[in-house]
Write a protein that binds this ligand. Structure first.
Ligand code: GLA
Length: 311
């Protein structure tokens, strides 16, 4: 029986930039949702809003399915994006109208908007679709261009759960997104991607987005030059900006960032929307064991992996 697979993602740097046409640097990870599917007489019967939204898009799809997952839920590792992509792959193949690439990512974003009501950007879906083993993905969220950037040998990407379920994530996310749109409108630019730091100096929310875009591009330069201390410093600055300017951190995430950097991580930051969920850290791999051994929190050393597929 065919199996549709879609990985989760972790974002190394560039949060709350995607819905302002900006830059981000996620990677697909070695944790996924898999859906085994087979032809059937009817569409899958389910009260699950994701299934409903996917069946609306492919009304002629007739299949039954079994869903399995190695991706923790509610951790901010994009299990909902992975789920909607795997569902769309199963439905589109069953309907003999296979979706792939950007079309698949955009369809999954639309499913998530419909199923959850949260006006998410497209980073999570692009990362899950375009993942490449051993690489992070520089996403240009205006052109939807994808540039794979090798993750150097010698470092581990460590994801640590703060223990805080994401609080008010939906409404606070929508509020931040609206504040960014209002700032862009005030400046008369299509999106904050087009604003300069000088233009947003007095607006902390917009200042985060503009400065974060700069950090993403600087991080990619540093990664290519194998300047890992600089990468770590940019991650720490990103966290400070998300905490102080964009106000999406919580004390548990701040404490975790401090703990990890104090114990030898090169840098650490909240990853994803914030308001709880996970921190991502870059750790020289000879320090990973010592750092994780004494961590009481749930954590995962993740590897950059290939994107969604049907096989
Ligand atoms: C969530 C959204 C993404 C992105 C991040 C913040 O993960 O789904 O589109 O906006 O938050 O960077």
């Amino acid at each position: 029986m065919p199996v549709a697979r879609a990985p989760g993602r972790v974002n190394l740097i560039g949060d709350h930039t995607d819905y302002q046409d900006g830059w981000c640097l996620p990677m697909a990870i070695d944790r996924e949702i898999a859906i085994e599917f087979a032809p059937a007489g009817t569409a899958p019967a389910s009260s699950d809003p994701f299934v409903t939204a996917v069946c609306e898009r492919f009304p002629s799809a007739r299949f039954e399915m079994t869903v399995t997952s190695t991706l923790p839920e509610q951790a901010g590792l994009s299990s909902s994006a992975a789920y909607s992509i795997a569902l769309l792959l199963a439905a589109s193949h069953s309907a003999h109208m296979p979706l792939a690439g950007r079309e698949l990512a955009l369809a999954a974003q639309a499913v998530e908007h419909r199923a959850t009501g949260v006006p998410c950007g497209v980073m999570d879906q692009m990362a899950s679709v375009f993942g490449r083993a051993g690489h992070a993905l520089l996403l240009d969220c205006r052109s939807l261009g994808v540039t794979p950037v090798p993750v150097p040998e010698g470092i581990d990407v460590l994801v640590v759960h703060s223990g805080v379920k994401r609080r008010l994530a939906g409404s606070a996310y929508a509020d931040r997104r609206a504040a960014c749109e209002a700032a862009a409108a005030r400046l008369g630019v299509p999106a904050l991607r087009d604003a300069t730091l000088a233009q947003v100096a007095d607006d902390p929310v917009a200042r985060h987005v503009v400065s974060e875009n700069g950090r993403v591009l600087a991080f990619v330069d540093a990664l290519r030059a194998n300047d890992l201390p600089r990468c770590g410093q940019l991650m720490n600055e990103s966290h400070a900006s998300l905490r102080d300017d964009f106000a999406v951190s919580v004390p548990e995430l701040d404490a975790l960032v401090e703990r990890l950097t104090a114990r030898g991580a090169l840098g650490a930051r909240l990853t994803g929307a914030g308001f709880g969920g996970c921190v991502v850290a870059l750790v020289p791999n000879d320090r990973t064991r010592a750092i994780t051994a004494e961590l009481p929190n749930r954590h995962w050393v993740v590897r950059a992996s290939d994107g969604a597929s049907v096989s």
